[in-house]
Design a protein around this ligand. Structure first.
Ligand code: AMP
Ligand code: MG
Length: 471
């Protein structure tokens, strides 16, 4: 572990030293060997028991000085000045194989000074969910925090009922959030804001250092990363569910897998989260919310920069940057080469057809690929004919078009009903569905003959309508 924790450069009221609570009987449930290799931490532990001890918080890795981080944030539009890692302990940073610093954090390892009324624990459900969904996102090409380990603690936590406890190990490019900046801005700690912004620039966007106003350049690149991130969410049909500013990463990764979900049938106004009563974080609102969150970051940085016009320019460029990236991804999903004036309309017509007919978002793209050399429009109606006219005759053969679509349109996504099944079985000590999901989600574009049923949309009685915060 890197001996110096970068966050300890920040003012002392932004973090607190913590001691993870030891688990009684830690048992390793999942271990990401490839990621461990990438992080160069193979030497920390050479068997599952030793890994279970470290990644439950029972034994610290070499040089680790764990901290919990403070932040603030806008939650559902309302500012909360004091939040923080209430059930997380940052073990520290490591330098990975490509020379990049990565944070390693335990979630569910006990109380911290930011726990308020909470127990600092996690039950097995959110651990299984984050493990599967974050690794699936990575394989789908979406920037995300990663899953290193899941450990059962052998203890119980009490929610509405008695549930098995677990600890999740998250790996992140960093844990700086829009809310981290808001914490200092709300207190008018401008010197500290500069320290934080400089740290974020050094760690993530060193090229901004050379600009006339590094803070404006920093904001510009953070804006681009968010545009790219949300475009990728939209293209895979992902709903984050709780896009509060404290869940918006400065590094542009998807962070905080609470009530998130992949859509089955396509709907712009789709909401799963049990606490999102007004649909603020509905699927179709995500780009606008990302821009709103970036406006909150701009307000913070304008305490340390005079370049108001540059901030306004970057912020107002967000919709166009987002649209450009989103359309590029959608053209690839639809097998459209080049960029033609009618493409945006065709994308809208396609989505309109899916929505009007309650069709499965993911599987419809795979189905469409099989229709490329048909000469009727039997399956998707009029839009299928429009699509075929646009897709073929631009140099690629029908087989090449279909292959290019299948290379970017997954067969397997972490569907809610399957995750629920994996969780229920894991509570009963059966990890088979979890492991099979890991297998298909690791290669989501391939056929997995034996496991093909994991591609299916839910039967009416299997459908999941609500997801819950990961506590
Ligand atoms: P999240 O929905 O994961 O972003 O959590 C919202 C806030 O509640 C964060 O500040 C968490 O640290 C805190 N929190 C969630 N679960 C717990 C828990 N079991 N114990 C203490 N704090 C928690
Ligand atoms: Mg959070």
């Amino acid at each position: 572990m890197h001996p110096e924790n970068g966050y300890t450069r920040l003012p002392p009221d932004m973090y607190a030293a913590v001691v993870p609570e030891a688990a009684r009987h830690p048992v390793l449930l999942a271990w990401n060997d490839a990621l461990a290799e990438e992080l160069g931490i193979g030497g920390w532990a050479d068997d599952d028991d030793a890994r279970a001890r470290i990644f439950s918080g029972s034994k610290l890795p070499p040089d680790s000085k764990p901290v919990a981080l403070a932040y603030a944030g806008h939650q559902f539009g309302y500012f909360v000045p004091q939040l923080g890692d209430g059930r997380a302990a940052l073990l520290g940073e490591v330098v990975d194989a490509s020379g990049t610093l990565r944070d390693i954090q335990l979630k569910g390892s006990g109380r911290t000074p930011y726990s308020r009324g909470g127990d600092g624990r996690s039950w097995l459900g959110p651990v299984i969910r984050e493990y599967l969904v974050s690794e699936a996102m990575h394989r789908l090409g979406v920037p995300t925090t990663r899953a290193l380990a899941a450990v059962a603690t052998g203890e119980h936590v009490y929610r509405e009922e008695r549930l098995p406890g677990a600890v999740f190990t998250r790996v992140a490019a960093s844990h700086m959030r829009v809310g981290t900046f808001e914490f200092l801005a709300a207190r008018k700690q401008t010197d500290a804001l500069e320290v934080l912004a400089d740290y974020a620039i050094d760690r993530h966007y060193p090229e901004a250092r050379a600009a006339d106003d590094p803070y404006a350049a920093f904001f510009d690149v953070v804006t681009s990363r968010q545009a790219e991130l949300v475009a990728r969410w939209m293209a895979v049909g992902f709903i984050h569910g709780v896009m509060n500013t404290d869940n918006t990463s400065i590094a542009g990764e998807t962070i905080d897998y609470g009530p998130c979900a992949f859509m089955d049938e396509f709907r712009h106004d789709k909401v799963f989260s049990s606490i999102d009563h007004h649909g603020r974080y509905a699927y179709g609102n995500q780009p606008a919310i990302a821009q709103w969150n970036l406006a909150r970051l701009a307000e913070c940085l304008l305490q340390v920069s005079d370049s108001q016009a540059a901030f306004e320019t970057a912020l107002s460029a967000f919709p166009e940057r987002y649209n450009e990236r989103y359309r590029r991804l959608m053209r690839r999903k639809l097998g459209l080469s080049g960029n033609e004036p009618g493409d945006a309309g065709l994308i809208d017509a396609w989505l309109g057809h899916l929505e009007d007919n309650a069709l499965d978002y993911t599987l419809s793209f795979r189905k469409l690929a099989t229709r490329v050399s048909s000469n009727d429009d039997a399956h998707f109606g009029d839009v299928e004919r429009q699509w075929r006219e646009r897709a073929v005759g631009r140099g690629a053969t029908p087989e090449e078009i279909a292959a290019s679509m299948n290379a970017v349109n997954p067969l397997f996504i972490p569907r809610n009903h399957r995750i629920e099944q994996a969780i229920q079985d894991a509570v009963d000590g059966d990890m088979r569905v979890f492991r099979e999901l890991q297998t298909v989600l690791a290669q989501p574009f391939d056929d997995h003959r034996e496991l093909a049923h994991y591609a299916d949309a839910p039967q009416p009685e299997e459908r999941v309508f609500q997801t819950f915060c990961g506590t």
